[in-house]
Each structure stands twice: as structure tokens, then as C-alpha cells.
Design a protein around this ligand. Sequence first.
Ligand SMILES: Nc1ncnc2c1ncn2[C@@H]1O[C@H](COP(=O)(O)OP(=O)(O)OP(=O)(O)O)[C@@H](O)[C@H]1O
Length: 261
Amino acid sequence: MVAVAELAGVSVRRGSAVLLNSVELIVDEHERWVVIGPNGAGKTTLLQLLGAQLYPSDGVVGLLGEVVGAIDVFELRPRIGLSSSAFAERIPAGERVRDVVLSAAYAVVGRWREDYDEYDLDRANQLLASLRIDQLAERTFGTLSEGERKRVQIARALMTDPELLLLDEPASGLDLAGREALIDTLSSICLDPASPATVLVTHHVEEIPEGITHALLLNKGSVVAAGPVGLVLTSDNLSQTFGLPLSVELRDGRWSARSRR
Ligand SMILES: Nc1ncnc2c1ncn2[C@@H]1O[C@H](COP(=O)(O)OP(=O)(O)OP(=O)(O)O)[C@@H](O)[C@H]1O
């Protein structure tokens, strides 16, 4: 096993606020992690650390064999695929879908070269097809539905053939059919041995795709539990994470949770 990400005693503080508190985490190359916690738990902050977008206040963040702070983050970032709504907001509404994906190869947002390599063009087209949005390639990003935008973001995150894939709430804002279709696609990614190590953030256990191997539960910046998903996603752990009595169930590969009466 090779660790693609390693957090040792990592804390993030802003003024008197503790966003993350002494987090320990090792993500190995074939693992697919889900990070679950209530609003404000620190999930996005954790993902930003894993994406080399943020430095810790304390502790050590190791990514892809390098220590963050000891290497230029601009060398690390192209090796990490990140899909988040914060990033999506930076995509110009008039940008063509194929170019949104293609321009990731050049670490830019917005088309900037008239001629892309044939290899990059082929890869972008393959990703659009595998995410079932090839028919949208010529459309502009601003005209897409929320579900279509999520798929474009994931295709873009995969464009550089990253060693670590980070997905921040990929299914948020989708209707039931859109959510289920996206979770199906995410399951295919997670179950494919050729996919990169993955860390997916969500508020909802119902949004955990099949193929997720590990879970980390966060509450108020601290880890409640972390490890193999079957051991971590218990009713007790989830109740502690969300601060109310919950009953958790796994059926046909999908998780669900409801309030315990
Ligand atoms: N610059 C800052 N100063 C103070 N507090 C901050 C700052 N940035 C973030 N926070 C707080 O840190 C906490 C963790 O934020 P984060 O976005 O990581 O949580 P989250 O688990 O992703 O939340 P959500 O599920 O609502 O997206 C939140 O309470 C947030 O208000």
C-alpha cells in the first residue's frame, strides 16, 4: 500500500475558531473515502488541505509523497483532481463544456489555446462519454442543469489523470433521479480499480456510492471515527456525529439513516 495522503496531528485555526483539531488520516492508493459530518464540521476545510489549497496551522500534510510547505503547491495541484461548487463558480458561463474539461490539462479555467493536443482532445471526449454528457460538449456551461454541471466538474477533475480525486458534495442540489444517476456514475468510478484514490464529502449517508471503502466522521473539527466503512458507519458513531439518535442501515450496497424513535 502506498499512502497518497497523510495527515498527522493536523489543525486549522482562524483567529479563535478551530476548524480542524488534531486530525490523523492516511489515504492509501486503492482506497475510496467518504467524509461525513454536519454543517460546519470542517469537511470542506479537510478537502482543501487534501487538495493543497490550504496550509495547516499545526501538524504535517503529506500529499503524493511530498510534504505540503516543502514543495511548490503548483507542482502538486495538477496531480490532484478537485470538484467543488466553489471551483464551479469560477467557470465562465459562456465556456463550452468540452473546453471546461480540456482546459484542466493546462491548469487554467477558460479556453486559452486555440490548438490543444490530439491526446488531450481524445481524453476530454472519452471522459465526457464516460460521464454520459458527450451530447453536451458544444453547449455552454451556463446553460446546463445542476446535475449536468456536476458531471462536467467531475470530468474536469479526472482530465489530468490525477493520483487523488477529491469530490466536495458531488450530489448536492440534485433531484432524486439526478442524484441516483450521479451516484450510479460515482459507483462506477469507485469500483474501477484503475480510478485514483478518492475522497468524497457529503452530509448524507444516502449519497455514499458503492465502492467506498473507508469513512471518516467529523464533528466540530474533530474526528469521531475513521476506518473501514463497515466498522465506522454504525448507528452510535453517526448519532454522535450528528448529535441525535440515528439508526443506520446498509441494504443492497446503499446506506440510509433515519431518526431513532
Ligand atoms: N476564516 C474563517 N474564520 C472563522 N471561521 C471559519 C473561517 N472559515 C471557515 N470557518 C468556519 O469553520 C467551520 C468549518 O467550515 P467548513 O466549510 O470546513 O465546514 P463543512 O463541514 O464543509 O460545512 P458545510 O457542510 O456547511 O459545507 C465552519 O463553522 C465555518 O464557519
